[in-house]
Design a protein around this ligand. Structure first.
Ligand code: 0L1
Ligand code: MG
Length: 270
């Protein structure tokens, strides 16, 4: 794809997000749309956000569970970028107004104090990490009907990343088996999803290893200071105004938050 086409798509997706007006999928409109083009669009879109006073705070891995890949009919893990404006603090009310069709999913997250570059081992990931969290990711695709035709569509759209919420930082995690934690998400007191952290790439640490490999393919690395959302253990659930969401991850704790406001009318929910 030409450089100006990549820039145009990044700008359209940026506006789709800020105006809460979804766009149609690009892989249907452009013949030559490579994975590398898609990550370049993602980076261009993040640069647009940095120009609006946002700051990169970390990365997300997505499509790390078979259930999620099936739900979205996509074939491989991908990554996106997190900025400071995407963080919703626990206890804050999340507003549906200005969002398109948000969904929520239960995750595990890490915080790193050293760089991680290229092929890294499980031990190196744990050595670089100073804390683990129960986490929630709020996805909000900028595409109509929350539908894609390809991985390239999703990657260009920062892998549907919209917001995230972290629980308490658990610094004493070395004795915890991160690959076998029960996870349960409730909405208004009812269990809406339950799973195990082993659904996240078999082990959330493996998801970080995969992220480092994907970054290395673009001559990039995971920087010290980053938060990483390792991926969801279950399919995502549509968010509705008035919901009280609660996530409990065994040994990592519980997160609660409330959903307020109204979603823009006229958008289809997936
Ligand atoms: O797993 C995820 O974080 C989602 C990545 C993109 C696919 C989707 O929009 O659900
Ligand atoms: Mg996710």
């Amino acid at each position: 794809m030409q450089k100006d086409q990549l820039q145009k798509i990044a700008e359209e997706l940026f506006q789709a997000r800020t105006r809460a007006q979804p766009v149609t999928q690009y892989s249907d409109r452009y013949d030559q749309f490579s994975r590398s083009d898609a990550y370049t669009i993602q980076e261009t879109g993040i640069n647009l956000r940095l120009g609006c006073d946002e700051r990169i705070v970390g990365m997300k891995m997505g499509l790390t569970s078979e259930a999620k890949r099936k739900q979205m009919n996509l074939e491989a893990p991908l990554y996106g970028v997190l900025t400071d404006k995407m963080e919703v603090k626990e206890g804050e009310e999340f507003q549906m107004a200005g969002k398109i069709h948000p969904k929520i999913e239960p995750e595990v997250a890490f915080h790193f104090t050293s760089d991680l570059k290229g092929t890294v081992t499980r031990e190196e990931v744990l050595e670089a990490c100073d804390g683990v969290y129960a986490a929630l990711e709020i996805l909000d695709s900028r595409y109509e009907h929350f539908k894609y035709f390809s991985m390239e569509d999703v990657i260009s759209d920062n892998s549907s990343s919209a917001f995230f919420i972290l629980g308490d930082k658990i610094s004493d995690f070395k004795e915890i088996d991160l690959a076998n934690l029960k996870m349960e998400m409730k909405a208004n007191g009812d269990v809406v999803q339950s799973g195990n952290s082993n659904a996240i790439s078999g082990d959330p640490v493996v998801s970080v290893i995969q992220l480092c490999e994907l970054l290395a393919e673009r001559d990039q690395f995971l920087e010290a200071g980053s938060i990483v959302l390792a991926g969801a253990a279950t399919p995502a659930v549509n968010l509705e105004s008035g919901m009280d969401i609660e996530l409990t991850v065994e040994k990592l704790g519980t997160i609660n938050f409330k959903v307020g406001g109204a979603v823009r009318s006229g958008h289809d929910r997936f």
